[in-house]
Ligand binder design. Structure first.
Ligand SMILES: *Cc1c(COP(=O)(O)O)cnc(C)c1O
Length: 244
């Protein structure tokens, strides 16, 4: 693995090439750097390399890191604004911290969670930007609303004042090859298009693709790839080095 800035550059090149291969504009895909398990210093390095969107999926770790980055920003002449995305399954007793500290939530899969996030979103902040997590491949024991229930949930979420529904998010099971990955991602895109024919306010975000399958996801129409390992390295190595 190279430095974080080198790895970021490689991932951006992969995204640009996948966009070109798919006949899409490179700017049409947002790179979300998944910094979970890595400390604030890794995020600072990524910020200094131009990265602005970060993904976390443990609430307390994310809240602590956001505070650390805000403290760092105060020591800088011109620190850029960052966007923090909560990307995992969210339990109802953790919604307040997410509503108060994050900009986006990818992973809403039931109305109760959405209602809590909406009620708990502080009035002085912009609405929380939300993607519904879809269980696109029917994986057992996995979070996500079933595709056939997505329209009803989307309509309900669009009625909540503290939230802005932006799109869908998927975490498919690892595919055996790129062709299989592509088929699953295409199903998500088809669902997104179907919803967009039925909803009053269209969705502009399709959050899918990670380190291993971002090319397939972009080819299928992803607008946001969530990449951890390919930028920051393996998470078990990070955990091992922080607990020698
Ligand atoms: C950890 C995580 C990722 C990043 O996965 P990598 O394989 O390390 O790129 C993306 N999305 C979610 C929801 C995650 O929890």
């Amino acid at each position: 693995m190279g430095s974080i800035s080198t790895q970021l550059e490689l991932v951006r090149k992969r995204i640009d090439k996948a966009c070109t291969d798919a006949g899409r504009q490179p700017r049409s895909v947002t790179l979300l750097a998944v910094s979970k398990t890595f400390g604030p210093q890794a995020v600072i390095e990524a910020v200094q390399a131009g990265q602005r969107d970060f993904g976390e999926n443990y609430v307390q770790e994310g809240v602590d890191k956001i505070a650390a980055l805000e403290a760092w920003a105060r020591t800088q002449d011109r620190a850029p604004p960052l966007r923090w995305h909560f990307i995992g399954a969210l339990q109802s007793n953790k919604t307040r911290a997410v509503a108060e500290h994050f900009d986006w939530v990818h992973g809403v899969d039931r109305l109760k969670i959405a209602q809590r996030l909406s009620e708990q979103r502080p009035a002085h902040l912009a609405p929380l930007q939300v993607c519904l997590q879809i269980n696109i491949d029917g994986g057992l024991n996995k979070a996500g609303v079933a595709p056939q229930d997505a329209l009803a949930l989307a309509r309900a979420v669009q009625g909540l004042p503290g939230l802005m529904l932006r799109g869908l998010m998927t975490i498919p099971e690892p595919a055996i090859d790129q062709a299989a990955a592509l088929r699953v991602h295409e199903r998500a895109r088809e669902l997104w298009q179907t919803l967009n024919r039925q909803l009053q306010q269209p969705l502009d975000t399709l959050s899918m693709g990670m380190s291993a399958d971002l090319e397939a996801a972009i080819s299928a129409g992803s607008t946001c790839v969530r990449v951890g390992t390919a930028i920051f390295g393996s998470r078990s190595a990070a955990a091992a080095s922080s607990h020698p």
